[in-house]
Design a protein around this ligand. Structure first.
Ligand SMILES: [Zn+2]
Length: 202
């Protein structure tokens, strides 16, 4: 019980601390490439920590879920590759001086992807697809919230929000795993209920 609470508190604080340290690196980094690398490493770490906390909240073993933790870590980092795709160049200067926000930074995309994957997982009763849909959502949202403190959240075709105030952004990063875990438990509960209805029908 205490061990569980302690690890939850530790991971929640780690997400906040890592976000703040990452922002210091971004602000005071000596070169453009150092700043970009520091920022990307922060995205990856916050993504990995977000899924680790979800694993802990789900009372599952971290050791048995290293694959999904690592997937969330990598995906939260890879989202920034769209800067290079949009710039059609591998030069950091081109990638960081775009006129428009690159496509993977549109929050509508992970939401649509999540709806698609969660519907497919329901149709095919696939726990793997279900978990993948939540990992993708966690990686994208943790990345977009971090970027959102500078540029807001972009919901194409509706437009963008204003930049998220700094302390709200840190709090959102820290509460995101709890919100996602709550949504996940609602979904699991709903599918269990559906199964019961199907069983009664049969
Ligand atoms: Zn980004």
């Amino acid at each position: 019980m205490w061990r569980e609470l302690w690890s939850r508190a530790l991971l929640t604080c780690a997400i906040g601390t890592c976000s703040i340290l990452g922002d210091f690196g971004l602000k005071y980094g000596k070169s453009n490439s150092a700043r970009a690398m520091f920022d990307n490493a922060t995205h990856a770490t916050v993504g990995g920590l977000t899924w680790t906390l979800i694993v802990v909240l789900s009372r599952k073993s971290i050791a048995r879920n290293l694959n999904s933790i690592f997937s969330c870590f990598l995906l939260a980092s890879f989202i920034d590759l769209d800067h290079f795709v949009a710039a059609r160049s591998w030069h950091l200067h081109d990638a960081t001086h775009l006129q428009k926000r690159p496509f993977l930074h549109c929050t509508t995309i992970p939401i649509m992807l999540w709806i698609l994957l969660i519907s497919l997982s329901n149709t095919f009763h696939s726990p793997v697809l279900e978990q993948t849909s939540w990992v993708i959502l966690a990686a994208f949202l943790s990345h977009h919230i971090r970027d959102g403190t500078r540029r807001g959240l972009w919901f194409y075709p509706f437009g963008s929000t204003r930049p998220i105030p700094y302390y709200l952004y840190v709090s959102l990063c820290m509460t995101l795993p709890y919100i996602l875990y709550w949504l996940m438990s609602l979904h699991t509960f709903a599918s269990k209920n559906n199964d019961e209805i199907i069983l009664i029908d049969i």
